[in-house]
Design a protein around this ligand. Structure first.
Ligand SMILES: Nc1ncnc2c1ncn2[C@@H]1O[C@H](COP(=O)(O)OP(=O)(O)OP(=O)(O)O)[C@@H](O)[C@H]1O
Ligand SMILES: [Mg+2]
Length: 494
């Protein structure tokens, strides 16, 4: 059996040759199709993707060299192998100069042809792999590190783990910089398609007049300037994942076309009459509310339902400030490596200052702040003064939407570990307080809401002193004073 099973097209005007080759190769596990002429081969290649085409040189009508030229233009990823009588080896060599991958002289036996094919498939695989690596290195670097230990981000990790195995479409929502693209990559990486392409399309960045050909590809000569065939993003993602970023930016007319492609799992290049099959896993992201866009008539409801099979919301950083120290440390190490800086670390005060920022640009903004500070700071220690926050932004306790302080830290922690521990505990206390508040102080219901046993909840209530006179009875009233672990005056920020 072949190491890599290939999709092969055999072109020859003599029926017995087609038969023999196709039997030889099918026996080894390759998928073979045959064509009796150059024209027939082109028609087939327009409908299906082939890894390798074996073509006879001398055929009536479109001959081997003519077919080669057309395939080079119309299916540039397909490797062409010339099959030739011994007498015309010169022509075969000429063909290789014109872009044929290899040639094989008749008569050949089983092993010979299988070997030539395997070599070609291996080469094709390397080319694909190369393309994929280059694309990923360009886009990704170490962008795949996905950090966090807050309950909010843990929930995201859980969802990703669940959906990664499936082919379900996921609509990822969240403010700018919350990690939507990272989540999409992570779904891809953790699923069965990890070795196949991940094709990210920024729907807001493609000029409208190029959109169709970017997405679906085009045949040579489909329009002025189309002097080479183009695969198209959808076909590139075949077998892998298509990530539609900023999906709300798709013009309505593209939405219709894309929906059709997703439903039929078939794509038709611009200038082509017959569609070809594609196997896609689709992920989409938006920082707008697609529901609102639907209500405003800017987004098609049918496409919305097609995309929103699983909804994944990326929580903004202000809902998980306890992730800030960990992220900051990671981005600092990254910035140091990337910019060849000497060893640097964040002072505890700098971490505390960061942990109370709102970061409208979320994780991306945090990353920028840390990188800037790493570059601008003089010594090995980055202090609060090296951070670009104006005093006004941290004069008071920042407030989250429901009016609770975003984060309160004890004065006495000194290193990242103790900072993380304190912040986790404080957040846990805050969450338990909120749950109690929202359930009118009913511990059984609060335990249910939290997914804790009642017993565990009671232990925690005692631990955090939430059983005081007013403890946790009102949402928003928790933890704002009277807690021995947290100085009532909060953090004395620089
Ligand atoms: N949890 C995380 N751990 C590590 N890095 C993260 C995390 N979340 C986001 N990042 C990093 O922050 C940056 C922004 O993330 P990403 O591009 O995925 O966000 P986004 O939601 O797609 O943003 P936008 O809405 O602007 O497109 C990236 O460099 C990403 O690697
Ligand atoms: Mg993004």
């Amino acid at each position: 059996m072949a190491k890599i099973p290939g999709r092969v097209l055999i072109v020859d005007d003599e029926e017995h040759i087609r038969k023999i080759m196709s039997i030889m190769l099918s026996k080894r596990g390759h998928q073979c199709r045959t064509a009796a002429s150059g024209q027939e081969a082109l028609a087939l290649a327009a409908r299906e993707t082939f890894d390798v085409v074996f073509t006879d040189l001398n055929m009536p009508g479109l001959d081997g060299l003519g077919l080669l030229a057309r395939l080079r233009a119309e299916a540039p990823d397909t490797l062409v192998i010339m099959v030739t009588a011994f007498a015309s080896v010169d022509t075969a060599i000429q063909a290789m100069k014109e872009g044929a991958y290899d040639y094989i002289a008749k008569p050949f036996d089983d092993d010979e042809i299988a070997l030539v094919l395997e070599k070609a498939l291996e080469r094709g695989r390397l080319l694909d792999e190369n393309k994929r690596l280059r694309r990923e290195i360009g886009e990704r670097r170490d962008a795949n590190v996905f950090l966090g230990q807050s309950p909010a981000i843990t929930k995201v990790f859980d969802t990703i783990a669940k959906v990664a195995e499936t082919k379900a479409t996921v609509l990822i929502t969240g403010e700018s910089g919350t990690g939507k693209e990272l989540a999409a990559r992570s779904i891809h990486q953790n699923g069965p398609r990890a070795e196949r392409p991940f094709v990210a399309v920024n729907c807001g960045a493609i000029p409208q007049n190029l959109m169709e050909s970017e997405f679906f590809g085009h045949v040579r000569g489909a329009f002025t300037g189309a002097d080479r065939a183009k695969t198209g993003l959808v076909a590139e993602a075949d077998g892998g994942t298509l990530f539609l970023d900023e999906v709300s930016e798709l013009p309505l007319e593209m939405q219709v076309k894309l929906l059709r492609v997703l439903q039929e799992e078939e794509v038709k290049k611009v200038g082509e009459n017959t569609p070809r099959k594609v196997d896609l896993r689709v992920l989409a992201a938006t920082n707008k509310s697609l529901k609102d866009e639907v209500a405003q008539g800017r987004f098609r409801e049918d496409l919305y339902y097609r995309l929103n099979v699983i909804a994944l919301r990326m929580p903004p950083l202000r809902e998980r400030p306890e992730d800030i120290p960990m992220l900051a440390a990671h981005f600092l190490a990254q910035a140091v490596a990337k910019n060849n800086l000497g060893p640097k670390r964040l002072s505890p005060a700098a971490i505390r200052l960061m942990a109370v920022q709102t970061f409208n640009g979320n994780v991306r903004a945090l990353k920028n702040v840390v990188e800037q500070a790493a570059i601008m700071s003089d010594g090995p220690i980055i202090g609060p003064d090296d951070l670009p926050f104006s005093p006004a932004t941290f004069a008071g306790q920042p407030q989250s939407e429901d009016g609770l302080p975003v984060v309160r830290l004890p004065r006495d922690w000194t290193d990242l570990k103790s900072a993380l521990r304190s912040v986790t505990e404080l957040t846990e206390k805050e969450i338990i307080g909120r749950a109690l508040g929202s359930q009118g102080g009913n511990r059984t219901r609060a335990a249910e809401v939290l997914g804790l046993s009642r017993r565990a909840l009671i232990t925690k209530i005692a631990l955090y002193g939430l059983d005081g006179p007013k403890g946790g009875l009102r949402a928003g009233a928790v933890g704002q004073g009277g807690d021995p672990a947290v100085p009532a005056d909060g953090e004395a920020l620089p």
